[in-house]
Design a protein around this ligand. Structure first.
Ligand code: G6P
Length: 608
């Protein structure tokens, strides 16, 4: 997501900030800004678009003299990519400047509180509450102020902070968003990631959750959330820049898979308030939700697959009929839409041409539209009547992983909300569902930790010609995504089939040794799918089964079993996808394919 750089030392700060930010470009951004203390005041310059624009505006930093500063590249989450929303953000009298990476989950509550105290906000961001909250608590001691703020804010944050009253010092603090400190020869630095500081130093400190770093030109010290000093040991970086950009991961796809636990938290947690689901951006009254006649989910690629999952969940849980359409089909098939229908367009980029055309088609027909979108301010986000952001952060690998997982979470939240409002489930059910959803990040982490076993298995299949993915119900939905992942990045032909449909044709393709990945997470369908597995193995198929922990019966039928932790039956796709993503990834790596940029594919398909 966003990138942070800070510098304090002997040299002019602005060129170092601009250079550091350029090393964080891979994180994705749509605006940038720097703040430099010029001896009298903190000067700020911001620009929408590429860093080049900011460099030009500041004459490569020369127009902003001063040896202490903070910089930021913003990947919009709360509020469109505008100058006002770009960081750094100030308190009212511009004596405190802040850059932030992460999401302040309770910012609306804090904003109301601060507005009640007379604070005026100039942006739509969650970050601005931090600047005003620092001001609110500031009584002369920055560390005490920062610890008070840490007690009030919920969510994730990496913050770089400057106080005009303490011009020779930079402050930094983090929780669940990355931040490092670099110990340079002629000054010290903070940054979201190592590449930003490598030109100046290889000695870095990794700030841990809820630790505060205090940097002056000569010294670096650390404090805990109680304001007590702590001692930290520096590490020496011996990686090269390319590896560092991927945070030590070999590919962006692997890095993004590993970001999924955080992505799930970021999409989920801000929408849970005191045990209830609050989706403010939905802007629908309970009466409107009760009045929905039919939901039409429209999307492309993996986003479409999350729509297939959502159909099962909306219909099963909320008892609302759902049509799922590929956007390229929907736009030309003259769909039947009623006034009280809801059209949900799902898109990571928010720019997919067919999805955008489908949205416009629905709007022309006067039907209410909701976008589930990752990129803030994108075309679909702007044009849909309402937008629910997934907050997965920028995705660089062409094959989507973390945006897919975030879309599932957004859809579950909507389904639970609709089911409750329509009286299909009780408050107690909601609490139970939320408890299961909140366990998902840890469960995903656990599955990712199992990668060695999957890598070993994948290496055996790098020369496979055809792979089939089968399952029933929700397991069919996840099979579709598993199959797409494999073919996208490994160029192995693969197909997803509803397990019960195999006998109607596809089973004729099964030969000795054909790999079939079978997903069995739905209890009421286990036995049925096991029968299908037996039909397959008796014709020579080698079956890899993905099933719930405890379902050991499967070991008699399948050749290789991967267990996923127990969760509610509606949410199993969020777990079952992890081994399937890892499998595709390792087959692709094993074959020597270009994992992050597979041939013939584009991340964002802006043509029909
Ligand atoms: C392309 C990407 C897929 C993605 C699809 C839809 O095909 O390669 O990963 O699922 O577009 O993209 P969207 O940005 O609308 O989610």
């Amino acid at each position: 997501m966003c990138g942070i750089v800070g510098y304090i030392g002997e040299s002019p700060a602005a060129p170092i900030l601009l250079d550091g930010l350029s090393k964080l470009e891979y994180r994705g951004y749509d605006s940038a800004g720097i703040a430099v203390y010029d001896g009298e005041k903190i000067q700020v310059q911001k620009a929408i678009g590429r860093l080049k624009v900011l460099s030009e505006l500041t004459h490569d930093g020369a127009k902003m003299p001063g040896a202490a500063g903070i910089g930021h590249t913003r990947w919009a989450t709360h509020g469109a990519p505008t100058n006002n929303n770009a960081h750094p953000h100030f308190n009212g009298d511009e004596s405190i400047a802040v850059v932030h990476n992460g999401i302040i989950e309770n910012y609306q509550k804090l904003k109301k509180y601060l507005e009640g105290k007379g604070y005026q906000f100039v942006s739509d961001t969650d970050t601005e509450v931090v600047a005003h909250l620092l001001d609110y608590y500031y009584k002369g001691d920055p560390i005490e102020t920062i610890t008070k703020v840490m007690h009030r804010v919920e969510g994730s944050y990496a913050l770089g902070i400057m106080f005009k009253a303490h011009p020779g010092i930079l402050y930094a603090v983090r929780k669940d968003s990355p931040l490092i400190v670099g110990h340079g020869k002629d000054g010290n630095l903070i940054a979201s990631d190592v590449p930003a500081v490598l030109k100046y130093t290889r000695n870095v400190y990794f700030i841990q959750n809820e630790e505060i770093a205090v940097l002056s030109e000569e010294a670096i010290s650390f404090f805990n959330v109680d304001g007590e000093e702590i001692i930290k040991e520096p590490s020496t970086i011996d990686w090269d820049i390319n590896a560092a950009e991927k945070g030590g991961y070999e590919h962006f796809m692997l890095k993004e898979m590993y970001e999924q636990p955080q992505t799930v938290r970021d999409t989920l947690n801000p929408r849970i308030k005191e045990g209830a689901i609050v989706i403010e951006e939905l802007g629908m009254s309970d009466e409107e939700i009760r009045g929905i006649g039919r939901i039409h989910i429209v999307a492309c690629g993996s986003a479409y697959h999350t729509g297939v999952t959502a159909k099962y969940v909306f219909e099963g849980m909320a008892r609302i009929p759902v049509d799922v359409d590929l956007a390229s089909e929907f736009r030309y098939r003259n769909p039947i839409l009623a006034d009280n229908d809801l059209v949900i367009i799902i898109s990571q980029s928010g720019e997919t041409a067919d999805s955008l055309a489908a949205l416009r088609e629905a709007k022309n027909r006067g039907v209410k539209t909701l976008g589930i979108v990752n990129v803030v301010g994108s075309s679909i986000a702007r044009e849909a009547d309402k937008v629910m952001y997934t907050w997965a952060g920028p995705e660089i690998a062409v094959a989507t992983t973390k945006a897919y997982s975030a879309q599932l979470i957004a859809e579950y939240l909507l389904a639970i909300k609709f089911a409750q409002v329509r009286g299909e489930i009780t408050e107690q059910d909601v609490r139970a569902y939320l408890k299961d959803l909140q366990k998902l990040p840890e469960q995903i982490e656990m599955l990712l930790g199992n990668k060695g076993k999957i890598q070993h298995f994948a290496n055996r299949y790098i020369s496979a010609k055809d792979v089939f993915f089968v399952g029933r119900g929700l397991d069919h939905a996840i099979s579709m995504e598993g199959s797409l992942k494999l073919k996208e990045i490994s160029y192995i032909h693969s197909e997803a089939y509803a397990a019960g449909e195999l006998k109607h044709g596809t089973i004729s393709l099964i030969e000795e040794g054909t790999l079939v990945a079978a997903v069995l997470t739905q209890e009421e369908l286990y036995k049925k799918t096991i029968s299908n597995i037996v039909e397959l193995t008796s014709r020579g198929a080698f079956v890899l089964a993905v099933t719930n922990t405890g379902n050991t019966e499967i070991e008699k039928a399948a050749d290789y079993v991967i267990y996923i932790p127990q969760t509610n039956r509606w949410f199993t796709n969020s777990l079952a996808i992890i081994p399937l993503q890892l499998f595709s990834y390792y087959v692709s790596v094993g074959k020597g394919c270009d994992v992050d940029k597979p041939r013939n594919l584009a991340k964002s398909v802006t043509v029909e």
